[in-house]
Design a protein around this ligand. Structure first.
Ligand SMILES: Nc1nc2c(ncn2[C@@H]2O[C@H](COP(=O)(O)OP(=O)(O)O)[C@@H](O)[C@H]2O)c(=O)[nH]1
Ligand SMILES: [Mg+2]
Length: 293
C-alpha cells in the first residue's frame, strides 16, 4: 500500500489548562502518602507514561501499574517492562477486567518501601501501614484499578476524567490503604506521533485531531506494525494491492457506509476505523517501539 499521509497537517500543540491545578493537588497530598502507583496503558507503555512524575513526587517511591495487559502485544510491552525493571522501577502488569492479586501488590509495595519501613522499625515505630496514591493519564484505567482494590464499584468508570468523588481511604489489605481519588496527569508530548497514539486510545481529547488524520494514522501504524491484523480485520487479500483510498472504499462498501448513489461516505469509514481500533477489534497491539524514543 502506498500511503499518502497527512499526519502533519495540523500540529498538535496541547497542554491542558488544568494541568497546573492537578499537579498542585498531588503535591498537597504528598505528605499523606508513602507510595505512588502510576497507571500506564500497556498498549502505549511509553506514550502514556508521566515521564516527569518523579520530579513531582520527589522522594516517594513509585510503581508502574501496567493496565490493559490483556489488550497489548505482550512481546513488545514486555521489553518495556524489562527496561523499567532495569531502571529499578517495579512494574505490575494487570488485566483489570479480572480479579487482581492483592498479595503481589502488597509484596512489591513492601519491596519498594523496604528502606522506609526499616527506618520506622529502627525508630521503634510499629506502624507498617502503607498509604498509596494512584495517578495516570486519562482513560488508562485508574478508576477501574481503584474499584478492583476496593473490591466494589466506588468510582465511576468511563472515558471522562473528573467523575470521581472524594471519599477518603480504601482499605486494600491490613497494611495497605489507597486514596480513592486518582490524580489525573497528562503525558508530556515529545512529538506528534505520541499525541496521535494517545488520541487513538482516547487518552487525549479526540477533538484536537480530526477523524481523517487519526484514521490515517491508525491504518498507517497497523500496516507498518501489524499488517496481518489489518488485512484480517478488513478481509484484504494482499495489502500491497490497495492504495489508501482503495482501502477506505473497500471498508466502506463492506461495512455499508454508502451515501445516495452508492458513493462511500468516507467520514463514516474514518469513524469505523477509529472505533474498531479503540474497541481492540484488530487484536492485541502495542503502538510504542523501544527504539523510537
Ligand atoms: N480490557 C481491559 N479494559 C480495561 C482495563 N482497565 C481499564 N479498562 C477499560 O478502560 C476504560 C477506561 O477505564 P477507567 O478506569 O475509566 O480509566 P481512567 O480514566 O484512568 O479512570 C474503561 O472502559 C475500562 O473498562 C484492563 O486492564 N483491560
Ligand atoms: Mg476515572
Amino acid at each position: 500500500m502506498v500511503m499518502k499521509m497527512n499526519e502533519n497537517k495540523t500540529n498538535i500543540n496541547w497542554y491542558p489548562g488544568h494541568m497546573a491545578k492537578a499537579k498542585r493537588e498531588i503535591s498537597e497530598k504528598l505528605n499523606l502518602i508513602d507510595i505512588v502507583y502510576e497507571v500506564v496503558d500497556a498498549r502505549m507503555p511509553f506514550s502514556s507514561r508521566i515521564v516527569d512524575l518523579d520530579k513531582l513526587i520527589k522522594d516517594k517511591p513509585h510503581i508502574i501499574i501496567m493496565s490493559k495487559y490483556d489488550l497489548c502485544d505482550k512481546q513488545i510491552t514486555d521489553l518495556y517492562i524489562k527496561k523499567y525493571g532495569e531502571a529499578n522501577i517495579e512494574v505490575l502488569s494487570l488485566d483489570l477486567t479480572k480479579t487482581i492479586d492483592i498479595n503481589k501488590l502488597n509484596d512489591i509495595s513492601q519491596k519498594s518501601l523496604h528502606k522506609q519501613l526499616l527506618n520506622r522499625k529502627n525508630k521503634g515505630l510499629i506502624n507498617q501501614n502503607i498509604r498509596g496514591l494512584i495517578v495516570g493519564a486519562p482513560n488508562v484505567g485508574k478508576s477501574t484499578f481503584i474499584n478492583r482494590l476496593a473490591n466494589k464499584k466506588i468510582v465511576e468508570v468511563g472515558n471522562k476524567p473528573g467523575v470521581t468523588k472524594a471519599l477518603g481511604w480504601i482499605k486494600v489489605s491490613p497494611n495497605l490503604q489507597v486514596l480513592d481519588t486518582p490524580g489525573v496527569l497528562w503525558p508530556k508530548l515529545v512529538d506528534q506521533e505520541q499525541a496521535l497514539v494517545l488520541a487513538a486510545f482516547s487518552s487525549i481529547k479526540e477533538e484536537i485531531v480530526d477523524d481523517e488524520q487519526l484514521s490515517n494514522f491508525i491504518i498507517n501504524k497497523m500496516e507498518q506494525l501489524y499488517p496481518n491484523l489489518l488485512a484480517k480485520r478488513y478481509n484484504l487479500d494482499d495489502l500491497a494491492n490497495y492504495s489508501l483510498d482503495e482501502l477506505y472504499q473497500h471498508i466502506g462498501k463492506k461495512r455499508g457506509c454508502l451515501q445516495k448513489g452508492g458513493i462511500v461516505d468516507i467520514n463514516k469509514v474514518y469513524q469505523i476505523v477509529i472505533q474498531d481500533f479503540k474497541k481492540g477489534l484488530f487484536g492485541p497491539v502495542t503502538l510504542d517501539r523501544l527504539l523510537d524514543k
